[in-house]
Design a protein around this ligand. Sequence first.
Ligand code: F6P
Length: 323
Amino acid sequence: QRAIGILTSGGDAPGMNAAIRAVTRAAIFAGFKVFGIMRGYKGLITDEIEEFSTQNVSNIIQRGGTILKTARCKEFQTKEGRQCAYDVLQRHGISALVVIGGDGSLTGARIFANEFQFQIIGLPGTIDNDLYGTDSTIGYDTALNTIMDCVDKIRDTATSHERLFFIEVMGRDAGFLALNGAIASGAEAAIIPEVATQEDQLDELIANGFRKSKNSSIVLVAESPSTGGAMGLAERVKKEYPNYDVRVSILGHLQRGGSPTAYDRILASRMGAAAVDALLDDQRNVMIGIKNDEIVYVPFTKAIKNDKPINRELMSTLRRLSI
Ligand code: F6P
């Protein structure tokens, strides 16, 4: 009987549990043994591994976070660490892995797969949506909805006090959450790393008189050194426009929590089942993606190395709708 391992790695994302459930159940359905590996690559090295039955994954589809726990593991970046991980897998008779994570986790998977000729299937699990070759990543839709709810609430107080709010959202170096969050919440603008410099974006905003016809304004800012962050932008505006009543709100890790949306649960379930299909199909070094509602296989080299482009049409839409 063939044995496979499953782990979650890097920043957690809502829907990871739904993915763990789907991989486990589809794999058992296909006749595999399934091992849950705790704490990502860390638990792989330290042998925190347990065989899973269908029961281990019951009642988790609706839960945020990951029952397998997660970690960012420095040791796996070394040859010795990866050798240790390989030895552990050999001991358990595990011949393939499903890795759920973002850019860093799939980079680790790619290196390991090449080094040991090991079969690995990746699932894109990150709220950032920054993996090339997939329209959406597991957790992105839930985070977007959380951002929308938060901005709706902030807008109440922004309107009452007639204030200008800079709201910082996650995304590492990607502006998907900021741009789509801005459209969903009717914000005036999004400042994102994919576009020119933060000075240009802010100047353009002010030149367009974004406060002229409005008593309050909301600007979503993607966290990234290149945007200057919400704090940096607010400081600049306070200095140059002392008449603006400026406030900052950094949403932080609440964006990573919560029960996954229906979209993320279905996406994770489809991708999890597709990961098992990919194993049966003898695919290796691919990430499961979704394109125009079809499951696709994206080679690791493409998913990780390429910068996923921002849809310019969304920027134009935001600009036109915020007049
Ligand atoms: O990759 C997901 C993410 O939430 C990013 O948006 C953010 O930059 C980072 O993880 C934060 O990481 P940590 O939880 O380790 O501080």
